[in-house]
Design a protein around this ligand. Structure first.
Ligand code: NAD
Ligand code: UDX
Length: 463
C-alpha cells in the first residue's frame, strides 16, 4: 500500500518537526498537521518563520521548503482524518495530576480523544500510528476504542516512537540512529508496517529501520529514556563524590567514556536533567512496574528521579550556603532557563526548581535566556503554585540582556549550557557585580581557572 496522504494530530515539539521532515523528504505525500490549539496552528502558518511555535535549528528552512506545497497546518481535524490513509497521533501524554496514578501514570485522555475522533470520522480503512510516548500495551486500548466505536472500517495500529532530542531535532530526524516501527505480527499488520517503512525509506537506509511487535516498540521508547536519564543521574551521583574527594567529574567522565563498552555520550554532569520526557517517562515506567507488582523494578528506576531531584536541590542549597547562609534580598542572576541549549522549551527545567528554592530563601532573581520569553518563565513559576503570581513578579525579573541580569548581582547561576555564555565579556560582568562575585556553573561551561583569575569565586559541578 502506497501512502499518499498523512494526517498528524498534535502540532507540538514532536508533531511539527517530524511531519515537516516527512513532507520535505516525501514530496509525493500530502502531510496535514492538525491541532485543537488555533494559536499554535496560526503560528505554524506565520509567514515570518521566526514566529514558529517551536524553535529548532534548521526547522524554519524545512518548513519553508514544504509549507503550502505538501505540508499543511490546520485546525480542521475531521477533514484531515477523513482524507488520510495514515494518521499519526502525536499529542501530549503528561503525567496524571489527578485520580488513580496521580503524579506517576501517563494521562492518556488526549490519546483516547484522538482514538474516538478517528473512529467517528473514518469511512475507510486507516493505519493509526502511535507517535506519542505511551505505556506498553496502549495500542490494545486504542484498538478497542476504534473497533467498538468505529463505522465498521478496519484499523491497523502501529507504534513508531520518536527518539529526537530537542535542540537537535532536525539533525536527528534527517539522520536518525534508527527508526522503530512496531506492528501486529499477522499479514495485515506486516502490510501496515511495510507502508510506514516505505515512507521512511525515502531518506533512511533500510537497515536503520527496525521492525518489532507492538509491545516491544512501545516498551523500547520508555526503556531508551530510562537508560539515558540513568546515565545522567549516575554521573551526577559521582559529581557529588568528586566534590568531596578532589576528583574532577569531567576527568572521570572522560576516563570511563573511553571504555568502548561505556561510551562517551550522555556523561555530562549538570544541575539535573529536565525536559518533558525523562521524568514523565520514568515515572510512567515505575507506575507500570508497580501495577504488575514488580516493586524492585519500580524502586530501581525511581532512584534515577530521586537522584535528579537531589542534584537540583543541592545546587540551590550550595548557593545559599556559600553566600554566608543567606540570599535574602540579594540579587541572583540566572543565565539560562531552558532545560538545555538550542531550544525554547522549559518543561521540567532544573532552573524552575532552583529558582523556587532560592525564592523560599527570599532571593531576588534576574533571569536572562536567549530564547525563552518572559511569559513562559512566569508561567513556569506560577504553575508551581508555591506563591502567588504577584509574589513571583515581585521577586523575579526577566531581562533581555545578560549584562543587565548580572549587574549588581551577588551571584550568577548558570542553568543552561548556551554557547554564547562562553563568549561574554566576563571582566565587564565582574566589574559590575557585588563583591565577592560568585559564579555557580551548573553546566560546567566556563573555564574555572580563567574565571578565578578574573576574580570570581567560582564553583562548578563535580569539581
Ligand atoms: P506538545 O505538548 O508540544 O504537543 C502536543 C500537541 O497536541 C499540543 O499542541 C496540543 O494542543 C495537541 N493536542 C492535544 N490533544 C489534541 C486533540 N485531541 N486533537 C488535536 N490536538 C491535540 O507535546 P510534544 O512535546 O510534541 O510531545 C508529544 C508526545 O511525544 C508525547 O507523548 C511525548 O512524550 C512524546 N515525545 C516528545 C519528545 C520531545 O522531545 N518533546 C520526544 C519524543 C517523544
Ligand atoms: C530526550 C531523549 O534524548 C530523546 O531521545 C527523547 O526522544 C526525548 O527525551 P530531550 O529531553 O529533548 O530528549 O533532551 P536530552 O538531550 O536527552 O536532554 C535531557 C536533559 O538531560 C537535559 O536537561 C540535558 O541538559 C540533560 N543532560 C543530557 C545532562 O545533564 N547531561 C548529559 O550528559 C546529557
Amino acid at each position: 500500500m502506497k501512502i499518499k496522504n498523512i494526517c498528524c494530530i498534535g502540532a507540538g515539539y514532536v508533531g511539527g518537526p517530524t511531519m515537516a521532515v516527512i513532507a520535505h523528504k516525501c514530496p509525493d505525500i500530502k502531510v496535514t498537521i492538525v491541532d485543537l490549539n488555533a494559536q499554535r496552528i496560526a503560528d505554524w502558518n506565520d509567514e515570518n518563520t521566526d514566529n514558529l511555535p517551536v524553535y529548532e535549528p534548521g526547522l524554519d528552512e524545512i518548513v519553508k521548503s514544504a509549507r503550502g506545497k505538501n505540508l499543511f497546518f490546520s485546525t480542521d481535524v475531521e477533514k484531515a482524518i477523513d482524507e488520510a490513509e495514515m494518521i499519526f497521533i502525536s499529542v501530549n501524554t503528561p503525567t496524571k495530576t489527578y485520580g488513580l496514578g496521580k503524579g506517576m501514570a501517563a494521562d492518556l485522555k488526549y490519546i483516547e480523544l484522538c482514538a474516538r475522533q478517528i473512529a467517528a470520522v473514518a469511512k475507510n480503512d486507516k493505519i493509526v500510528v502511535e507517535k506519542s510516548t505511551l505505556p506498553v500495551r496502549t495500542a490494545e486500548a486504542i484498538k478497542n476504542i476504534l473497533d467498538n466505536t468505529g463505522n465498521g472500517v478496519e484499523f491497523q495500529i502501529l507504534s513508531n516512537p520518536e527518539f529526537l532530542a530537542e535542540g537537535t531535532a532536525i539533525d536527528d530526524l534527517l539522520a536518525p540512529d534508527r527508526v522503530l516501527i512496531g506492528g501486529d505480527t499477522d499479514a495485515k499488520g506486516q502490510e501496515a508496517i511495510e507502508a510506514l517503512v516505505d515512507v521512511y525509506a525515502n531518506w533512511i537506509a533500510k537497515d536503520k529501520i527496525l521492525t518489532t511487535n507492538v509491545w516491544s516498540s512501545e516498551l523500547s521508547k520508555l526503556t531508551a529514556n530510562a537508560f539515558l536519564a540513568q546515565r545522567v543521574s549516575s554521573i551526577n551521583a559521582m559529581s557529588e563524590l568528586c566534590e568531596k574527594t578532589g576528583a574532577d567529574v569531567n576527568e572521570v567522565a572522560r576516563a570511563i567514556g573511553m571504555d568502548s563498552r561505556i561510551g562517551p555520550k550522555f556523561l555530562k554532569s549538570s544541575v539535573g536533567f529536565g525536559g518533558s520526557c525523562f521524568q514523565k517517562d520514568i515515572l510512567n515506567l515505575v507506575y507500570i512496574a508497580k501495577s504488575y507488582g514488580l516493586n524492585e523494578v519500580a524502586d530501581y528506576w525511581e532512584q534515577v528521579i530521586i537522584m535528579n531531584d537531589h542534584q537540583k536541590r543541592r545546587f540551590a542549597a550550595n548557593i545559599v550556603k556559600t553566600l554566608y547562609n543567606t540570599v535574602s534580598g540579594k540579587k541572583i542572576a540566572f543565565l539560562g532557563w531552558a532545560f538545555k541549549k538550542d531550544t525554547n522549551d522549559t518543561r521540567e527545567s532544573a532552573a524552575i526548581y532552583v529558582a523556587d528554592d532560592l525564592l523560599f530563601e527570599q532571593a531576588n532573581i534576574a533571569v536572562y535566556d536567549p530564547k525563552v520569553e518572559e511569559q513562559t518563565i512566569f508561567r513556569d513559576l506560577d504553575y508551581l503554585a508555591t506563591r502567588t503570581p504577584d509574589e513571583n513578579r515581585e521577586s523575579v525579573t526577566v531581562v533581555n540582556n545578560p549584562y543587565e541580569a548580572c549587574k549588581d548581582a551577588h551571584a550568577i547561576a548558570i542553568l543552561t549550557e548556551w554557547d554564547e555564555f562562553k563568549n561574554y565579556d566576563w571582566d565587564k560582568i565582574y566589574a559590575n557585580m557585588k563583591k565577592p562575585a560568585f559564579v555557580f556553573d551548573g553546566r560546567n561551561v566556563l573555564d574555572a581557572e580563567e574565571m578565578r583569575s578574573k576574580g570570581f569565586v567560582f564553583t562548578a559541578i563535580g569539581k
